[in-house]
Design a protein around this ligand. Structure first.
Ligand code: FE
Length: 240
């Protein structure tokens, strides 16, 4: 177990302790920590070191998960990563906060990559030399990195996911994966072009990587009138 895993474990233990002490109801009823965990951004008044010290706020440390075999370094700095490829439009709103103080981290480089609607990664295998569905954005003053992409397709053995890496000052401070509610994926996959590949194999609960903390990396999805989706999450990280 490395340090980060220790910290994750410590936080889990603390949360479990709160639950045991009868604090769970309070935690669920409206603490800023819970809001942050759900990816919302209206809790600024209740964040900061004082709120953390008082126990009113606990940022959820985003779980570390494997980068997998398809990371390619040097992705382009760009917001729209689709290169015109088809799929249900998805706006990704990734917020990076310091897990020690729940404060937004500005100017972090957020690197995302995922399979296209047909389950293929660019840059590898028969897609070598291509760069679709990969990109980097800097976080703004609110800690937010915004991407325009499409809902990812599936590939054998994995549930639907987006890979993410956060760099600060040249150091990788977080490597993780982001997940989608299965029921929403089911609805999206009934649409074109996903429906040309029916019967996806692996859902969240059966995914070996998801099972190792993935529930805390589930995106909050919202369907727009246009049929497009927005997906948001707040990722608590340590600066070094
Ligand atoms: Fe993957």
């Amino acid at each position: 177990m490395d340090d980060r895993e220790h910290e994750t474990h410590d936080r889990l233990t603390r949360r479990q302790s709160l639950a045991k002490a009868g604090g769970l109801a309070a935690l669920l009823a409206g603490s800023a920590g819970w809001k942050l965990a759900a990816g919302e951004d209206d809790a600024d008044a209740a964040v900061g070191p004082a709120a953390v010290a008082s126990g009113a706020v606990t940022c959820v440390l985003a779980p570390e998960q494997t980068e997998g075999p398809y990371y390619v370094s040097g992705a382009k700095v760009r917001r729209n990563i689709t290169e015109g490829r088809p799929g249900v439009p998805l706006t990704l709103r990734l917020r990076v906060v310091d897990a020690s103080g729940c404060t937004p981290i500005r100017n972090a480089a957020v690197d995302v990559w995922h399979a296209d609607a047909l389950g293929r990664y660019s840059g590898v295998q028969d897609q070598a030399g291509k760069t679709f569905m990969r990109g980097v954005q800097r976080t703004d003053a609110s800690g937010v990195a915004l991407f325009k992409t499409v809902y990812p397709g599936w590939y054998p053995g994995r549930t639907v996911h987006i890979h993410v890496m956060v760099h600060i000052g040249g150091n990788v401070v977080h490597t993780g994966q982001l997940y989608f509610p299965d029921t929403i994926t089911d609805a999206v996959y009934r649409r074109s072009p996903y429906r040309s590949r029916p019967n996806r194999q692996t859902r969240n609960a059966a995914d070996a990587i998801y099972r190792n903390g993935g529930r805390r990396s589930q995106l909050a999805l919202k369907r727009l009138d246009t049929g497009a989706y927005t997906a948001a999450i707040t990722m608590g990280v340590h600066r070094s």
